[in-house]
Design a protein around this ligand. Structure first.
Ligand code: AMP
Length: 295
């Protein structure tokens, strides 16, 4: 629930300002930024859907000026084919942002963001070594790098991230905390399709047959949550989950249970510590992730 102190009065829709150069964006934002006029930033990789628009809507509620960025960041792709096939639809994205009342779009080229290949890498410790960190080597280093750049370019008071990428949210929180970046990280709940599939730009790459079966990842999370409540041993839950996913012809990469808020993997289904279930798998060639905070 939004803190009332953040709420902004609705304003007339203005034309979306689009920038592809860092210097032009900085010059535009400098006179508009002040403690009483905070900027909200929504970093994205485009191919926008209602999940992204939920982030924009939150930012608009809290801040008089919202900047969305669209940048398919090569340094966070550990798989060249995934980078190449990532959906790109700039015209449709621009129209969606305009209709959503976003104020500014920053859509830089790769050369603008990385004029020289970046030598800097970031290691987030435990987060780098488990789950997404383990299965996508280098991914969080690239995420940390590009988000740090975006924070320095836009200098937002708040930045909005989806719980859909739960581990990424932990990475951003660690980045902000360890580097003392004066940005408030805001988490937005996952938006889902009516059949439960978490909205994702990657869903566009699913064939109709794959799309029909894709809710299995969310169903498996729900099954695991219910099984945890009966205190079924984690090894059995894990095995049954793998069979559920395999029955669709998809491949389960991991189903994991992590403690909150310190994000340690656990198999303990009996203690009362808050936890989150996380899943990743392949629907054909398309890698999907999802998670469920255990209630
Ligand atoms: P992406 O364009 O996939 O990098 O996502 C940009 C931002 O939108 C990230 O903070 C994501 O976590 C968030 N996001 C993506 N999908 C969803 C969703 N279904 N619900 C809420 N937020 C989402």
């Amino acid at each position: 629930m939004a803190d009332k102190a953040y709420l902004c009065t609705p304003k007339k829709t203005v034309k979306l300002q689009v920038f592809s150069e860092i210097s032009a964006l900085r010059s535009f934002l400098a006179p508009l930024r002040s403690p009483s006029r905070p900027i909200g930033l929504v970093p994205t990789m485009g191919a926008l859907h209602a999940g992204h628009l939920a982030l924009i809507a939150q930012s608009k509620q809290h801040n008089p000026l919202t900047v969305a960025s669209i940048f398919v960041n090569p340094t966070q792709f550990n798989n060249a084919a995934d980078l190449e096939k990532y959906p790109r639809m700039p015209e449709a994205d621009t129209a969606m942002l305009q209709a959503a009342g976003c104020d500014v779009l920053f859509c830089p080229s790769v050369a603008e963001m990385y004029p020289v290949p970046s030598a800097l890498t970031m290691d987030f410790g435990n987060l780098n070594r488990i789950l997404e960190g383990e299965f996508r080597p280098g991914h969080f280093s690239g995420v940390g790098l590009v988000v740090a750049k975006l924070f320095n370019i836009v200098q937002p008071a708040r930045a909005y991230f989806g719980q859909k990428d739960f581990q990424q949210l932990m990475v951003i929180r660690q980045l902000v905390s360890e580097l003392c970046i004066p940005v408030e990280v805001m988490a937005v709940p996952t938006l889902r399709e009516p059949d439960g599939l978490a909205m994702s730009s990657r869903n566009l790459r699913l064939t109709p047959a794959e799309r029909a079966k894709a809710p299995v990842f969310y169903e498996t999370l729900q099954y695991a949550q219910a099984a945890i409540k009966t205190k079924k041993p984690w090894s059995e839950i894990r095995q049954e989950a793998a069979m559920k996913v395999a029955a669709t012809g998809f491949r389960l990469e991991y189903l994991a249970l992590a403690t909150q808020p310190n994000f340690q993997l656990t198999e303990n289904v009996t203690d009362s510590q808050p936890k989150v279930l996380l899943i990743a798998g392949y629907a054909g060639n398309v890698r999907l992730i999802d998670n469920l905070i255990i209630e």
